[in-house]
Design a binder for this molecule. Sequence first.
Ligand SMILES: Cc1ncc(COP(=O)(O)O)c(C=O)c1O
Length: 410
Amino acid sequence: MNLAIDGGTPVRAEHPLPSPLHPNGRTFGKEEEAAVIRVLRSGILSGVWGSEVPALAREFSRLIGASHTVPCSSGTAALHLAVAAVDPAPGDEIIVPPISDMGSVAPIIAQNAVPVFADVDPLTGCIDPDDVQAKITDRTRAIMVVHLFGKVAPVQRLREIADRAGVMLIEDCAQAYLAPVSSGGPYAGTVGHIGCFSLQQYKHISTGDGGLAVTDDPALADSMRLFADKGWPRESGERAYLSFALNYRMTELTAAVAREQLCKLPGVIERRRASAARLAELLAATPGLHLPVDDGDHVYWYFPLLIDGLGAAGLERYGAALTAEGVPAIAGYLARPLYAEPVLREAKAYGGSGFPTRGVAEYPDGLCPVAEDLVSRRLVVVPWNENFGEADVDDIAAAIRKVHSAVAPS
Ligand SMILES: Cc1ncc(COP(=O)(O)O)c(C=O)c1O
């Protein structure tokens, strides 16, 4: 079969798959429209004086099983609230995985702390607890774990490691809403000290941008609320600025849409899991293709494929060939591990000072070999969607089989 990338007929030529950049790949409906109008008619668009932001905080806490939720303006903001609540001194270290969005790392640099990268598991891409343990020093203040693509990371083990070391565990759940840590157990985001979620355009539920930080610890919740609002303790009635902080407040419009999206979230997760299970069944026993590890704990933000023996050029071709067949796919997910980005490698943060990392941390090639292998030689991701129907999944499977047999080594 001639691949579409070489001029052949694409598997999916006519109707593009549902996409988060199109109404057919989102769950916005009459409920969200009514919510926006409700807020506009109230005359209050700011969460400082409105009722939607506090209601969202209560509803998300109940849904996820946490005592406190601090709504904010993005997933990166939620992670910044978390890192600020850790309150690192300049030069303190926070351990992070190299496969994530830069939103996991930027808040560490913003708080003048040093990102220390631990390698990842070769099958899931989530941070490897053994390497985390090996990277702990007397300067470590926190561990950040990312539930990559919607797969729950070994968060209970990481919590034990964090507790033993006397440091905090932050869960980056931007890609993992309602992901059960164990069967019937807690959800991702509630095992660590703080869990952070994103409402960005591409996430399971969206308000365009937005974030949620959850915790069971009232002191951490207070410190995150202050950091999202310039350090201003509104409930005291006093105009004081208690600590360094920014404005990361969520608006009423965002909160009202988020509340409606929350109602739809369980259905979104169920549909994503069902269609991913269908794809896994259709692709089972494809030689040289590893499907996502799923112990009932994957909520499929993306559907990751691991392919044996491709090499760098083969990986690029695999991703481009799938996209040409009508199944948008991203080779490697990232262009490079996060530590190889200029912001870290060239310490591009505070003028020419190189602060806080130059001369303190090195970010050379080979730092996290498993992550490098995944990103440059083995991993292809297919963005997943709750609105994929059975025929869509059948097309995705057909495209992957076609590309795999032509591009993967036999
Ligand atoms: C794992 C991860 N962390 C952090 C972020 C940052 O979230 P946001 O884009 O809402 O700032 C994202 C998404 O963009 C993400 O996927």
